[in-house]
Design a protein around this ligand. Structure first.
Ligand SMILES: N[C@@H](CCC[C@H](N)C(=O)O)C(=O)O
Length: 277
């Protein structure tokens, strides 16, 4: 067992333990991640993040969900890691590689960062889905066949899989009950993050997300991007909108010229500490 300093951070309330693995490898087992994630007996987090060396970027960001599984990316953590790297280097722009591909983070004010999340992946096999469907509204419903409580979500990959239901039902019990059901539906071979989006007007969405491997979090950055993309594809919002999440607000701009999705939002340092792993 070795000790490892960490920074506890959050992005709009979505919280992380961030470990610097730039000089010394960090390879926790799934059991260790789960134990560390426990909010009663461990440090407690939605995702565990390691900053690793990269030959093509300023760092590689590795992500584990609270359930111990390693996943492709995390939008809110990209802002936090971007901020740490920019503070360390004094630069206003850094490139962060992830298992979902490289991203660019830039300063956007005091403790605010913009991340270029790249182009959304909209083909059914990119989400991925188990069968061919129109991802603007896929054939999926929750509840009785003649009166579903949720139906026809948009499906989007932001490097990780998302479905977005447009609904007014956003209470904890409903999001938890139906989110946990949809997360493991056979239509999603890799599981899925489940968004519950209420369009407030053409430039505001209220969003709650049941995250794959982490449950209901206070914010999901890739989920906010996915919700905005799904809303634009249905003609519900302008290309730029504010997504209001439990822990704050994220500004999402699906840029028409580049096709890239830009996410701007806050980063916060909560505390520092040491892990025994
Ligand atoms: N909180 C994140 C997403 C983290 C990963 C997600 N739960 C998955 O399994 O894909 C974000 O801010 O994007």
């Amino acid at each position: 067992m070795t000790s490892r300093p960490f920074v506890k951070m959050n992005g709009a309330g979505n919280d992380f333990v961030v470990v610097d693995a730039l000089a010394r490898p960090f390879t926790p087992s799934e059991d260790q991640v789960r134990a560390l994630a426990d909010r009663g007996t461990g440090e407690g987090f939605d995702q565990l993040i390691a900053m690793e060396p990269s030959s093509t970027a300023d760092a590689f960001m590795r992500v584990w969900n609270a359930d111990g599984a390693m996943v492709q990316t995390c939008g809110n953590a990209l802002r936090c890691v971007g901020w740490l790297l920019m503070e360390a280097s004094g630069s206003d722009r850094v490139v962060i590689d992830t298992a979902a591909g490289p991203t660019v983070a830039t300063r956007a004010g005091d403790h605010r960062v913009t991340v270029d999340m790249g182009e959304p992946r909209l083909a059914w096999d990119q989400v991925p889905l188990a069968e061919a469907m129109d991802t603007r509204g896929i054939e999926l419903q929750v509840g009785p066949i003649d009166a579903p409580v949720l139906h026809t979500p948009g499906a989007v990959s932001m490097g990780n899989p998302h479905v977005v239901f447009f609904t007014d039902r956003q209470d904890d019990g409903f999001v938890t009950g139906s989110g946990s059901l949809v997360e493991h539906h056979p239509l999603f071979p890799e599981g899925v993050n489940v968004g519950f989006a209420k369009v407030l007007d053409r430039s505001h969405i209220r969003l709650r997300v049941w995250e794959r491997g982490a449950g209901l979090t206070k914010a999901c950055g890739t989920g906010a991007c996915a919700a905005q993309v799904a809303a634009v594809r249905r003609g519900l919002t302008e290309r730029k909108a504010t997504v209001v999440v439990d822990g704050g607000e994220l500004v999402i701009d699906w840029d028409a010229a580049s096709g890239h999705v830009f996410m701007t939002g806050p980063v916060e340092i909560e505390r520092t500490g040491t892990l025994s792993v």
